[in-house]
Structure formats: structure tokens, C-alpha cells
Design a protein around this ligand. Sequence first.
Ligand code: UDP
Ligand code: MG
Length: 137
Amino acid sequence: MKEKCFVMIKPGFLNYENEIVERLNKIGTITKRFQIKLTDEILNKHYEEHIGKPFFAELVNYMKSDEVVGFEVEGEEGLVKNIRECVGATKNPAPGTIRHDFGIGDVTKNVIHASDSPENGIKECQRMFDYVEMLNK
Ligand code: UDP
Ligand code: MG
């Protein structure tokens, strides 16, 4: 079964887009891209599972502070797992991962988002690219 993954370069790290794309291209195919500044409304949906957690306000304030770049990446079974491995852990990412290699050792400002399951990959790509399309109408 084909999979989709939503990947997003977080504020302050857009200068690494080429390097990040080079790594993603080894795993799957980038089929869509946007560059935009997100709002509270869409971030509340995107990070819904984290509402009420102690880091939520800091996370949303950071994520809306500047432009992000979003990608839809498509590939074969295992795509989401492979992208998550390439992205690295939320805390203490290992050398060789995007979060380690381009990061600044900050748990919130951790370079990049990637969907955590094939189900969420489909959901997040749909939501984010529908949102951007709606804005462009
Ligand atoms: N985050 C944070 N503090 C934490 C945990 C997470 O600031 O203790 C931020 C971080 O930017 C992370 C995002 O919240 O990427 C979403 O958290 P999640 O647990 O889903 O991590 P991810 O799936 O991004 O690795
Ligand atoms: Mg997550």
C-alpha cells in the first residue's frame, strides 16, 4: 500500500530546505509544497493531540512566529516510518538525523515535523493542502 507523509520545516530553519529535500528524496517523492505563515486556528487543528500539555502554548507561538514550508511526500509501505527515522527523535535526536544535524538542541524548535503514522499522514496532508488551497481562492 502506498503511503503519504506530511513534512513541515519549522520557523527559522527554511535555509536548510535544499539539504532536507535531498534527504527526503532518498525516501519518497515530494508531490506538493507550500510556504506560508500558519495561524492559531490551523495550528490548533494540526496539534490537537497536544492541547492542554504544558508545552502547547510555546509550541503554537513558535510555529506561528514565521513562515513554514510544508511537503506532501508519497512512497511505498514504510514511508512514514522511514521519514520519522530520518527526522530523528523528539528529544535527544541521534547524529545523522535532520533534527540533530540541523538542530540547535531545542526540544520545541526542532527543525521539522513529520506525520507519525500512515493514517495521520493522509489526514495531515489533506488538511494542510486543503487549507492552503482555500486561502488561494
Ligand atoms: N514539543 C515540545 N516539548 C515537548 C514535547 C514536544 O516543545 O516536551 C514540541 C516539539 O516541537 C514537537 C512538537 O511539540 O515536535 C510535537 O510533539 P510530538 O510529541 O508530536 O513530537 P514529534 O512527533 O514532532 O516528534
Ligand atoms: Mg507528533
